[in-house]
Design a protein around this ligand. Structure first.
Ligand code: PLP
Length: 321
């Protein structure tokens, strides 16, 4: 049995057990205005600036096999994003972790997509002083794990395009190191991918350099070296895990400006994100990447990335009792 088979069969076995999960929150749970509700009943006030002007930041950790994965890294990034946006982080980080744990326990979900959203709240930045903008809102959500690339497709790899009808929003407009929901460019990219018979858009910076895609970072492998853009991208926690794995395996990683042209002549490509992990790309702009099969470096990273989910150095068990 390959390690991919093992990871996915464990996941499927837990999914089967979910059928017997009779918690009222077995399909998910949200935390809004201090209360736990079912996701479909969760409401945000229309006048919340998070909705009115996308004046918000968010983060998405995960739970895998009943363990939080790199939760502190996600919370730390969220706190930093709030600072960059001059948003007050509404509760102590310890309290947020307690509430998240309570939510996962109430849901009984073993593999979860967890979302934390901090919005400006009910007062607009326009017409107010910074000192009066302290009523940020926190929304929390726990749902069953989400796959940006289905497990089945990870065996053979997905199909991507280099978007030509849209570029990534420049860092001088919306700082991409702040995880944000200003998805206009990424949504356009997704439509372009669909229109071109593909699935995943890779966006450039409009000046022939690679950035990222609709909810994922991008890695290229050339002559055994990993390349990933150092600018115009979210500093993904999965990207960080890939870098950790590469260092442990003595694989060189270069974070630098990457000309999009390298994507057309590299040996391997993979995308990475919390919702789906390491996702091989074997077709780019309708042509096979190298021999069109998932490459050896991607496999090493894939295996080590999922092994981290069982490693106490990176993951913390949740007590469901
Ligand atoms: N880039 C963008 C634009 C994203 O939205 C995401 C995740 O949603 C990522 C990269 C990957 O980040 P992470 O690995 O922290 O999930």
């Amino acid at each position: 049995m390959s390690s991919m088979d093992k990871i996915f069969s464990g996941y499927r076995a837990r999914q089967a057990l979910q059928e017997r999960n009779h918690s009222p929150f077995s399909k998910g749970i949200a935390f809004v205005d201090g209360e736990f509700v079912q996701p479909n009943d969760a409401r945000i006030p229309l006048l919340d600036e998070g909705f009115m002007h996308s004046d918000l930041t968010y983060d998405v950790p995960s739970v895998w096999n009943g363990r939080f994965f790199r939760l502190d890294d996600h919370i730390e990034r969220l706190v930093t994003s709030c600072e960059k946006m001059r948003l007050r982080f509404p509760l102590s980080t310890d309290r947020v972790k307690e509430i998240l744990t309570e939510m996962v326990v109430k849901s009984g979900i073993q593999d979860a997509f967890v979302e934390l959203i901090v919005t400006r709240g009910m007062k607009s930045v326009r017409g107010n002083k910074p000192g009066d903008l302290l009523d940020s809102n926190l929304y929390l959500l726990v749902l069953p794990y989400v796959w940006v690339m289905d497990p089945q497709d990870q065996y053979t790899g997905g199909s991507a395009i280099i978007a030509r009808t849209v570029r990534r929003t420049p860092p001088g407009a919306m700082d991409p190191t702040i995880k944000n929901l200003q998805w206009g460019d990424l949504t356009r990219g997704l439509f372009e991918a669909m229109d071109r018979g593909s699935t995943y858009p890779f966006l450039t910076d409009g000046d022939t350099n690679l950035t990222e895609g609709s909810g994922f970072n991008i890695f290229l492998v050339k002559d055994g070296v990993l390349f990933t853009p150092n600018r115009g991208v979210l500093e993904g926690i999965t990207r960080k895990s890939v870098i950790d794995v590469a260092e442990n395996n003595r694989i060189e990683v270069r974070l630098e400006t990457i000309q999009v042209e390298l994507a057309y002549r590299c040996d391997e490509i993979f995308m990475c994100t919390t919702a789906g992990g390491i996702m091989p790309i074997t077709t780019l702009d309708d042509k096979p990447v190298s021999d069109g099969r998932v490459g050896p470096v991607t496999k090493v990273i894939w295996d080590a990335y999922w092994a981290m989910h069982y490693d106490p150095a990176y993951s913390r068990p949740i007590n469901y009792d």
